[in-house]
Each structure stands twice: as C-alpha cells, then as structure tokens.
Write a protein that binds this ligand. Sequence first.
Ligand code: FE
Length: 233
Amino acid sequence: MNTIPIQLFDTESSTFTYILIAPGDTQAVIIDPVARHLERDLQHLERLGLTLAYVLETHTHADHVTSAGRLRERTGASAAVPGGCGIAGADVQLEDGSTIRFGADEEILALHTPGHTAGSMCYLWRGNVFTGDTLLIDGCGRTDFQGGDPQALYTSITTKLFSLPETTRVWPGHDYQGRCVSTIGWEKRCNRRLSNRNADDFVELMKRLDLPKPKLIDVAVPANRELGLRHES
Ligand code: FE
C-alpha cells in the first residue's frame, strides 16, 4: 500500500506542496499549496481522479501566497489551519492533538510545534511527518519574525519531532539544495543545526544568523491570513 505523498515544488520560493491520497480511495488532502500553482494542482487532482477533502496550512507563510482559499472555492474542500496563526475564515482551527479525517479511515494528527512562528504545526500521517518550516533537511526554519522563538523551536524539534520513530519520513516545507525527503533518525544524528547542540548553543546560533527580510513578507503574511483570497496571483 503506497503511502508516499505526491511532492510538488515551487521554484520561485523553493516551497514544497504535498498531496496525500487515502489508499484505496479517491479522497485527498493538500498541504501548503502555492497561489501561482493553483491550476497545476487542480490538474493533478483531476488527472488522478481525486476529490479534495481538506487544504492544510503548516503556518502563515512569509515567502509565498497560499491558494487555500481558491482551492476551497474550486473544489469544495475545507480549509484547516493552525489555531495560533491568525488565519481568519478557515473552516477548522486546529489545536495540538487535533485530527483531520479523510478517505475511509485516514487520520492526520496535528502537532503544535512553535518556534519558526508561534502557531506553526506539523502533520503526522502514516509514518510521514510534514514539518513545514519547523524542521528542514539538515536545517530548520528561521526564528526572527512572526513570534519566532529559538528556544521554543529547539523544544518543539527535540521533544515533539525527535520522539517520533526514527524511520518516520520527514517532508519539509522547503529545500534550497534539491533534496526532497529525510527521516527523523537522520535528522537526529546529522542535522547541523541541532545534532550535538544543546538549547543554549542553538539559541546563540539562531540569534547570530542575521538573515535578510523575506522579500514577500509584507504582501504574503496579510494575504495568507485571509487564505490568499484577496491576492492577485
Ligand atoms: Fe515559513
């Protein structure tokens, strides 16, 4: 039974979008869709004969605009978002431990993992964890805006994510070097931001990153708080 998600990529923002298909069923869920790929994503669903049950967001993105609102309009799916992200107009505001059900018997578990943003969530489904910008392959999301907090990120990753089975597949929200998937075991051993670093060292490292402000943040964050609906893509 294939439980690998379909992984789609946006070259402009290096964002991954995922389609999860219920085995033996036609229902699907999409995670972190990007506005400029609305038609591409609808075509994927149509070609595969899928009905979209939910659109999920991992957090309020600062680097791209979501198509969640438009996908909902076009497919009748429900939009489910982390409750702490200030995203108005969603059908479901998720809390830590909330579940999303689709297909005959599928369950996605929401894990509140603050740190990249205060409301960020990861989603666990059939041995796959969709980590948004909380945990990246050999990296992690930045913590310098939108309620970001390096201490909270360290705790989220080391207690919530690293306690998952080591074989759990890690599907990140971005990759900038052509990688697509990892595992919890590999990240525990090899992630250069986190392995062999205690919380104090990690906080120091994150404070020293001094990254440029994301180009789209002033457009993307307000647009994404309304599921991307008022944005012209
Ligand atoms: Fe982000």
